[in-house]
Design a protein around this ligand. Structure first.
Ligand code: UDX
Ligand code: ADP
Length: 478
């Protein structure tokens, strides 16, 4: 190596929320590169290959068009992992890295077993030199671990390991990939490392201006990803902390966001107060950061970042408690309609969604929960609630519910109006646009009185709903 290699074949291991959209856009923008996305999950691959683009396994605005353009031309989805590894000069690893639920680092460290399995498979199959790109969010020094596994085969294959964390946000993945603020590529400082970096730069340069491609050492790249997510989550926790104070003082958190966001040093984004952040990255990455700080004996730094998660847990709990308190201190036997289950709008992803935790707290008090989300399927809702029962953290109050209890208390609807009919209260958990244009007069007419709306995303108009007759609670409005 040492010279930039022209990449003709890319393989991506993992066809999920990161691997799927990222590879679809690379294939769209680089018609001269064959991109094969592989996954162990045969159903997922079948869904990616489905002629009906509504059946793609993940929902992202604009994604179906990108897949339609590239699939079958130079974008392929397959379960034949070995073949794709063998053919590729560059292999992206986009497998899931959940927080460990067992053993050392339980509840904090990332579970690297899927990454390790990939590395072992790549090591076993490879016959010629490969560039390995970590795309999944990973703890710092994973590249080092990858390299150790890859180079211990003794088969004289040269592996370069790059870290190129993906910064796309779900719901806007396609636009984020088309016009990224930056692409980050970390590699070794030596000539071979630099050549590998340049090979990946050459891929991105097909559509991303060179000045937006930042190259660093591997560890800086890995730590940048954790830091970026920690900073973004910290902003949400900071404004959520202020929302609690607003409710006590009569201030309005949205007015505060507007006022402080106008300061260009602060900036307007990520200042939307909510029922709490969710998603597969924020909590996991902060926990990784905290674990890393503890490992390197930096307890003050660890405690500082841990507070971002504690504030988020507090915000979810505060919302659930508000519902129970307002409904005369008990929700037992009462029907609560949930609008939204996804962790944010425009995605069908529910990982770490605030809705799961709020539902759990209400279920502890034996509420009947009727859920409507435009993109989340009933099986997913039940899987999320079941998972929580078996992975109850100390921070989550209460006792585990049985499968039968959950089935009896929770109903998932495909029509929002039936979900809300005869309800004591409505809780808005996701900021889907369609919630704004419901016929709220009709909803009010069908509900029990007094009719409550708890708006965890500040999406509906408090004044309009109060004029109709609703009792409205908004986050951060005194
Ligand atoms: C995040 C990062 O933004 C992205 O760069 C990284 O690659 C993955 O993690 P994602 O989790 O998909 O992306 O969505 P994001 O838009 O960051 O939202 C995360 C959570 O914070 C959501 O639950 C969202 O509703 C919440 N949020 C976000 C707020 O409550 N208020 C805000 O102002 C912004
Ligand atoms: P992310 O949000 O990080 O993309 P997902 O869970 O959506 O995470 O996707 C990760 C995908 O990686 C899953 O579809 C899973 O089946 C796949 N995967 C995990 N380990 C392997 C492996 N060793 N080989 C192939 N695919 C894998």
């Amino acid at each position: 190596m040492g010279e930039t290699r022209i990449i003709k074949n890319i393989c991506c291991i993992g066809a999920g929320y990161v691997g799927g959209p990222t590879m679809a856009v690379i294939a769209q923008k680089c018609p001269h590169i064959k991109v094969t996305v592989v996954d162990l999950n045969a159903q997922r691959i079948a869904d990616w290959n489905d002629a009906d683009l509504d059946k793609l396994p993940i929902y992202e605005p604009g994604l179906a068009d990108v897949v339609a353009e590239a699939r079958g031309r130079n974008l392929f989805f397959s379960t034949d992992v070995d073949k794709a590894i063998d053919e590729a000069q560059m292999i992206f690893i986009s497998v899931n890295t959940p927080t460990k639920t067992y053993g050392v680092g339980k509840g904090m460290a990332a579970d690297l077993k899927y990454i390790e399995l990939c590395a072992r498979q790549i090591a076993r199959v490879s016959k010629d030199d490969k560039i390995i790109v970590e795309k999944s969010t990973l703890p710092v020094r994973t590249a080092e671990a990858l390299r150790t596994i890859l180079t211990s085969t003794g088969n004289h294959v040269n592996f370069q390991v790059l870290s190129s964390p993906e910064f796309l946000a779900e719901g806007t993945a396609v636009t984020d990939l088309h016009k990224p603020d930056r692409v980050l590529i970390g590699g070794d400082a030596d000539a071979e490392g630099q050549a590998a970096i340049e090979a990946l730069v050459a891929v991105y340069e097909n559509w991303v201006p060179r000045e937006r491609i930042i190259t660093t050492r591997v560890w800086s790249s890995e730590l940048s990803k954790l830091t970026a997510n920690a900073f973004l989550a910290q902003r949400v926790s900071s404004i959520n902390a202020i929302s609690a104070l607003c409710e006590k003082t009569g201030a309005d958190v949205d007015e505060i966001s507007r006022a402080i966001g106008a300061d260009s040093r602060i900036g307007a984004k990520f200042l939307k107060s909510s029922v709490g952040f969710g998603g597969s990255c924020f909590q996991k990455d902060i926990l990784n950061l905290v674990y890393l700080c503890q490992h390197f004996n930096l307890p003050e730094v660890a405690a500082y970042w841990e507070q971002v998660i504690k504030m988020n847990d507090y915000q979810k709990h505060r919302f659930a408690k508000k519902i129970i308190d307002s409904l005369f201190n008990t929700v037992s036997g009462k029907k609560i309609a949930f609008l939204g289950w996804a962790f944010k709008k425009d995605t069908n992803d529910t990982r770490e969604s605030a809705a799961i935790y709020v539902a759990d707290e209400l279920l502890q008090d034996r509420a009947e929960i009727h859920i409507y989300d435009p993109k989340v399927r009933a099986e997913q809702v039940f899987a999320d609630l079941e998972y929580l029962q078996t992975h109850r953290k100390d921070a989550i109050h209460g006792v585990s519910l049985t499968t039968d209890e959950i089935k009896n208390l929770v109903k998932v609807h495909v029509n929002p109006y039936t979900a809300m009919r005869s309800a004591h209260a409505i809780a808005i958990l996701t900021e889907w646009d369609e919630f704004k244009i419901y016929d709220w007069q009709k909803v009010y007419g069908q509900m029990l009185k007094p009719a409550f709306v708890f708006d965890g995303r500040n999406v509906v108009s408090k004044t309009e709903l109060e004029e109709i007759g609703f009792h409205v609670y908004n986050i951060g409005k005194g």
